[in-house]
Design a protein around this ligand. Structure first.
Ligand code: COA
Length: 232
């Protein structure tokens, strides 16, 4: 169970706002997860979730404290678009798994998912001081893979032929982002901004290096230990 203090009230981006879920969002979940196209991209089982299963999932992992789930709203209209979450938060190892579903299909491919992912990563690395966020995605879900890459995730492996869909086997792609990746991206973006977007900005001026966390010379991994308690 997660400590309440881990939950932000809201995370505000340019085009999306992430807010705590409210019980009234269940109706949208019923619609989203009953959709065959959404379930094809998100579920191991063939076919949508049954209503009682959606309700159990919503109570435990969306409203409850099993996961850190946030509702994705379009900033301009406040329309509820989807949901994103960290599960399996492990304070000792500073890690969590990321999940996202934009349930409103007309909102796919417009940048909302990538922005919501970045807001969650910022919360994970800047506020919770986590070290690693992982996820897995079906290899046929190219839109999701592109969005995760743009947010900073890298492919670290594949579970070969882990899913059968559309009459054939597909790999499950494992992706992750480390706090050091996140800081490198943030520092490169700041360098580019400072230099007015000049090519090569941020490289070789020491800024990027200075903002890196201390690393273990043996592994190259950051050594700052998360101060959060183990929560599962
Ligand atoms: C995956 C998801 C969160 C991505 O959010 P989104 O708002 O649709 O994605 P974005 O618009 O931010 O980014 C999509 C990227 O894929 C590209 N893209 C869009 N449609 C695509 C398609 N049909 N095929 C391949 N790439 C596509 C876009 O060009 C963009 O890449 P770019 O930034 O390099 O140009 C959202 O589509 C979703 O929830 N889908 C259904 C559920 C799902 O798949 N969840 C993830 C399970 S692991």
């Amino acid at each position: 169970m997660l400590h309440r203090s881990w939950f932000p009230d809201r995370l505000v981006g340019d085009r999306v706002v992430l807010k705590r879920h409210v019980p009234g969002n269940l109706a949208a979940f019923m619609r989203w997860y009953a959709d065959p196209e959404v379930s094809r991209l998100t579920r191991y089982q063939d076919g949508p979730m049954a209503r009682p299963e959606i309700e159990r999932f919503f109570q435990a992992r969306v409203l409850g404290t099993d996961s850190l789930a946030m509702a994705i709203h379009e900033g301009a209209s406040d329309r509820l678009l989807g949901t994103c979450a960290f599960s399996q938060l492990d304070g000792e190892n500073g890690s969590a798994l990321f999940h996202i579903t934009i349930g409103e299909k007309d909102a796919w491919g417009k940048g909302f998912g990538t922005e919501a992912t970045r807001l969650m990563l910022e919360h994970a690395f800047e506020r919770l001081r986590l070290h690693r966020i992982g996820l897995s995605v079906f290899a046929f879900n190219e839109r999701a893979i592109r969005s995760y890459r743009r947010a900073g995730f890298v492919i670290e492996g594949r579970a070969r032929e882990a899913i059968r869909r559309d009459g054939r086997w597909w790999d499950e792609v494992e992706m992750s982002i480390l706090d050091s990746d996140w800081r490198a991206i943030a520092s490169a973006a700041a360098g580019a901004r400072d230099a007015g977007g000049a090519p090569g900005a941020g490289a070789g001026d020491g800024t990027e290096r200075d903002e890196q966390p201390l690393t273990d010379p043996a592994t190259g991994r950051p050594v700052d230990t998360p101060t959060i308690e183990r929560i599962r």
